[in-house]
Structure formats: structure tokens, C-alpha cells
Design a protein around this ligand. Structure first.
Ligand SMILES: NC(=O)c1ccc[n+]([C@@H]2O[C@H](COP(=O)([O-])OP(=O)(O)OC[C@H]3O[C@@H](n4cnc5c(N)ncnc54)[C@H](O)[C@@H]3O)[C@@H](O)[C@H]2O)c1
Length: 224
């Protein structure tokens, strides 16, 4: 039986991924700051990640879904703290978990890492400079690690969703959501289960000739 670690697994896309992988017979461990997960973990804390990795042991699948939207305001109003906090979770947290688990996967000769990027990292969303830049960094990390591990049996890919109906968007103003939906040719929000379906494929043997790639899931919004 394969084991998966899903960060951010208490909510939204991470929870949907955990449910989808469990339904396939994968043993899933969810790690999150929020209650309702298997392991309480702050992915920004390198020592906590190392300690958790020791307790969890090697995993076959890592889904990095822990993330925050960060400041939603004009760039010149973004504080150093807001910028750093966004990168700490979205980029450094993803780095911490990849560092803690990728070597074990390479040693066994099989592994799948799926990182949650965003269409914001490819196109940039106005008012979300820190978030957009952090997701572009996740894409760069994914491409580099994918190439680094390309002959190891460990595949590293990212998904880039457009706006998905999850708690992350609960506080988003209706007019902002309307604008984001207007950019989507299918004219609707995505669902966490739809993203989980793609993640489950990327986390499986059925995905075998892709690494360092970015998979759009955007109702037609992505144009490259
Ligand atoms: N919802 C969208 O529209 C959308 C679109 C594109 C990409 N994404 C990305 O998908 C991922 C999941 O988003 P979601 O919509 O499910 O959000 P969500 O807010 O529902 O879930 C995110 C989870 O991450 C956890 N988390 C935050 N900081 C953490 C930390 N320091 N350590 C551990 N866990 C932490 C939260 O507690 C939460 O449970 C994120 O990386 C997000 O950027 C979301």
C-alpha cells in the first residue's frame, strides 16, 4: 500500500486530494496547522518539518497544498511581513517538505510530488503580487526538482488552478470573484474535487512520462 502526505490536508483542495487518494486505497497522512488533520504541522518551521518527517517515515506521494493567499492590496501597500509570510508558506513550506521527503523517494526508486501552484503564478493577478510571485516560485522549484530527479523514478509536477471554490476564497469580495470567473471561458468556479482528480493522476503510476511540468486546470483560462 502506498503512503501519501498531503500538506494543507485539513481544507479545500488538500482535503479533496486526501479523500480522492484514500478512495484509491492510498494510506493518507494529512498535515496542517488547522484542526482536523492527522499531524499538526507548520510547514514554515524547518525543525518541525524535520521532526514530523521522522515520525511519519518515508512516503511515496507528497502533495504540497498548504498555502495562503497573502495580502490582497496594491503592491506599494504590501508590508515586508506580509510579503515574507506569503513566501514562507507557499514557497519555503513547499521546499521544506520536498527536502524532507524527496531523498527517501529517490532511494526507493519511486515517488510522486505534486505542488499546488496557481494560474496567478503564470499570468499574475492584480492586487495579489506576493501570491502571484510565490506561485511563480513554486513553478520554478517544480521544474528544477523535476529535472534533478528525472532518472530516479520520482516525478515532480505542479498544477495551476484558476479560482476554485474553497475556504481560501470565502472572504474574497463578490466583485473580485466575478472578475476572476469572467476570465474563465467556462464561466464558473472550479471545484476542489476536479483538482483532486488531476492530482490523483499525477500521483499515480498512470502518469509516467511527465516531470517538471505544470498542468493547467482553469476552465479554459490558461492560454499557455
Ligand atoms: N482555491 C483556489 O482558488 C486556488 C487556486 C489556485 C491555487 N490554489 C492553491 O491550492 C492550495 C490549497 O488551497 P485551498 O483553496 O484548498 O485553500 P484552503 O485555505 O482551503 O486550504 C489551505 C490549507 O493550508 C493550511 N495552511 C496554511 N498555512 C499553513 C502552514 N504554515 N502550515 C501548514 N498548513 C498551512 C491551512 O490551514 C488550510 O487548511 C494552496 O496552495 C493555494 O494557493 C488555490
Amino acid at each position: 500500500m502506498r503512503t501519501a502526505l498531503v500538506s494543507g490536508g485539513a481544507s479545500g483542495i488538500g482535503r479533496a486530494c486526501a479523500d480522492r487518494l484514500s478512495a484509491e486505497g492510498v494510506r493518507v497522512v494529512t498535515a496542517d496547522l488547522a484542526p482536523g488533520c492527522d499531524v499538526r504541522l507548520d510547514v514554515t518551521d524547518p525543525e518541525a518539518v524535520t521532526a514530523a518527517a521522522g515520525r511519519i517515515g518515508p512516503v511515496d506521494i507528497l502533495v504540497n497544498s498548504a498555502g495562503i493567499i497573502g495580502p490582497n492590496k496594491p503592491l506599494w501597500e504590501v508590508s515586508d511581513e506580509e510579503w515574507a509570510a506569503t513566501f514562507a508558506v507557499n514557497v519555503t513550506g513547499t521546499f521544506h517538505l520536498c527536502r524532507a521527503f524527496a531523498r527517501g523517494m529517490a532511494e526507493t526508486g519511486w515517488g510522486r510530488i505534486v505542488n499546488l501552484a496557481s494560474i496567478a503564478g503564470k499570468e499574475g493577478n492584480p492586487g495579489l503580487a506576493a501570491y502571484s510571485a510565490s506561485k511563480a516560485a513554486v513553478i520554478g522549484l517544480t521544474k528544477a526538482l523535476g529535472k534533478e530527479l528525472a532518472t530516479s523514478g520520482v516525478l515532480v509536477n505542479a498544477v495551476a488552478p484558476a479560482v476554485i471554490e474553497t475556504p481560501m476564497n470565502a472572504a474574497t469580495a463578490p466583485e473580485v470573484l466575478d472578475r476572476l470567473v469572467s476570465l474563465i471561458p467556462m464561466r464558473r468556479l472550479g471545484r476542489a474535487e476536479e483538482v483532486a482528480e488531476l492530482v490523483a493522476w499525477l500521483a499515480s503510476e498512470r502518469c509516467s512520462f511527465s516531470t517538471g511540468a505544470v498542468y493547467d486546470i482553469s476552465g479554459g483560462r490558461a492560454t499557455y
